[in-house]
Write a protein that binds this ligand. Sequence first.
Ligand code: BDR
Ligand code: CA
Length: 309
Amino acid sequence: MAKKILLDCDPGLDDALALLLAHGDPDIELVGVTTVGGNVGLQRTTSNALALREYLHFESVPIAAGAGEPLVGDTREAAHVHGESGLGNAHLPEPTLPLDGRHAVDFIIDSLRASPGAIHLVATGPLTNIALALRQEPAIARLAASFTIMGGSFTRGNATPAAEFNIYADPEAASVVFAADWEVVMVGLDLTLQARATGPVVQRLATLGVLANELILPLATYWVDANDKNWDGQAVHDVCAVAHVARPDLFASRPARVEVEKRGALTSGMTVVDFDSAYPNASVPVALDVAGFWAYVEHVYGLVAAHHA
Ligand code: BDR
Ligand code: CA
């Protein structure tokens, strides 16, 4: 039976590629999408999700908008990475279909209550919606089949030397999420930087016709770091979180206790990962079968491309 996924996201180049995977994999049933402010503002992440739904034709999947600001402090965006629109060089038609009437937080709670133990919750943006949902209904931690984030790291950050963007953007929310009564699958930077759209990957993706030209390549090759001598292709961070639900066999993981630094002047948003703790609250993928990952992703994208005029 297909695995049900509810994706909370901030599209975002790699969020859009993650949505494409969740939509295209026949072994995944995408049951809902919720949006959060992150890479760009909430209005844009939401209109990007709506535009992707119509472009990819998953019109029956509800989309609900959520929080536009972190629980505490100033909004931090990443338009310098994802482009002003959030979707890099992809230009999709304006969406016409409406949002679900509910706030994302209510949508998440309602969905998990309606299908206890059946929905895999995946978060690929700042964790504001998830923290608000946990505060409103702590029982969701036991109702989700699993909970996977793209966020954090156990070595270095990317938003700052210490902090990965999704955690940095709302450290208080991340702290609530790691303290909840579930195991967090923390697909962090150390893992996702292994999943790069290198030259050979891009060449293979380029064979996928209209879908490649209009969507995949404009997303996966937008960010070129001319200053990084070791640059080896854009990492598709968020795709790894969805892939982990569908294909956990592609990942090697270790249990860990993860706590979030909320106040450090230099370390706010850092995930402090203790692999030796006797009280783990997380599972942290540390190694990726890179060839297997791309074979899987390219196969699914190929399925979508075959039906995309
Ligand atoms: C994460 O931050 C965002 O910019 C990406 O979409 C991804 O979720 C990587 O640090
Ligand atoms: Ca994201």
